[in-house]
Design a protein around this ligand. Structure first.
Ligand code: TA6
Length: 279
């Protein structure tokens, strides 16, 4: 189907009433709604849907690089290339009612200029009842090993960033990038609950496979993951004056120790997002 400006988009609808929208440009999930119609994700008001830049919001990919770097654009090229549909729910789970789509990005001349490797990235998005699942596999289709870093840069809508809370990070070491992104300060997280009263850009190392964002409405978004290793928490604060209050990014990442993939092998990581009632 067609999304904004006629950009190709896939819509998944579960019989329970949940729904997800995924643009092929960047393989970004831009919307995930509950049966009540409530939107969970956040798309920034400055998001462009014309391929002039990555779609800023929802769940963008950072691949094969998280952050800035000399060889390619910030957060890599996966978020500004067209992925192709390689399978749909009918092929993936013929017996299940869980709608699913599999999108693929393969190396081409453009990607090899920046990152000289043969790869195939296969991203599956599934609605499992009210839950949203992502499954990312990166295959090395070349004849030499490669390394990459990656993240799923999830924007979640909050009632107000000043009442948002992140749980599940206590005891972790993190890189605080606010003062100097090039040389982050290494800190220990002693808070059970991380709250926001200024800009936050933290990479939590070797995080647990569960983290929770209390969005301030009596509900939380629970993120269970496998294969990812780090968790990034980001709020730009007043650097994005018009929208910072409305979202918080909680991102599963593989950053501090890059993934290494041998020829013929693959790396895989999954996420399960669920909305839980806190009251
Ligand atoms: O994940 C946090 C972060 O890396 C921040 O440092 C900030 O630069 C951000 O992502 C947004 O990146 P973007 O290129 O989408 O503006």
């Amino acid at each position: 189907t067609e999304g904004k400006n006629g950009l190709p988009m896939v819509v998944l609808r579960h019989s329970c009433g949940s729904k997800a929208e995924i643009y092929l440009y960047g393989a970004v999930v831009t919307s995930w709604t509950q049966p009540s119609g409530d939107e969970v994700l956040y798309v920034r008001p400055d998001a462009k849907f014309d391929k002039s830049k990555p779609i800023s919001g929802g769940i963008p990919h950072c691949f094969p690089q998280f952050g800035p770097g000399p060889a390619m654009q910030q957060h890599g090229f996966a978020r500004n290339l067209d992925w192709t549909i390689s399978a749909t729910s009918a092929d993936l789970q013929p017996d299940e009612r869980d709608p699913s789509v599999e999108l693929t990005l393969t190396d081409n001349e453009y990607t090899r200029q920046m990152w000289p490797h043969a790869f195939k990235a296969v991203y599956t998005v599934t609605l499992h009842e009210e839950q949203l699942r992502t499954d990312l596999r990166v295959m090395n289709t070349g004849d030499a090993p490669f390394d990459f870093t990656a993240a799923l840069h999830t924007y979640i809508e909050v009632l107000d960033i000043e009442v948002a809370k992140v749980r599940g990070l206590q005891g972790l070491t993190y890189l605080d990038k606010v003062a100097n992104p090039e040389e982050p300060a290494t800190k220990e997280e002693d808070r059970e609950v991380v709250t926001f009263s200024g800009p936050v850009d933290s990479v939590y190392l070797k995080a647990k496979d569960y983290v929770e964002l209390d969005v301030g409405t009596g509900a939380a978004v629970a993120i269970s993951s496998s294969g990812w290793e780090d968790v990034v928490v980001w709020s730009p604060w007043t650097a994005m004056e018009d929208c910072y209050k409305k979202f918080c990014c909680v991102e599963n990442a593989k950053f501090n120790s890059p993934a290494t993939v041998q020829p013929g092998e693959s790396w895989r990581a999954t996420q399960d997002f669920a909305v839980i009632d806190l009251e």
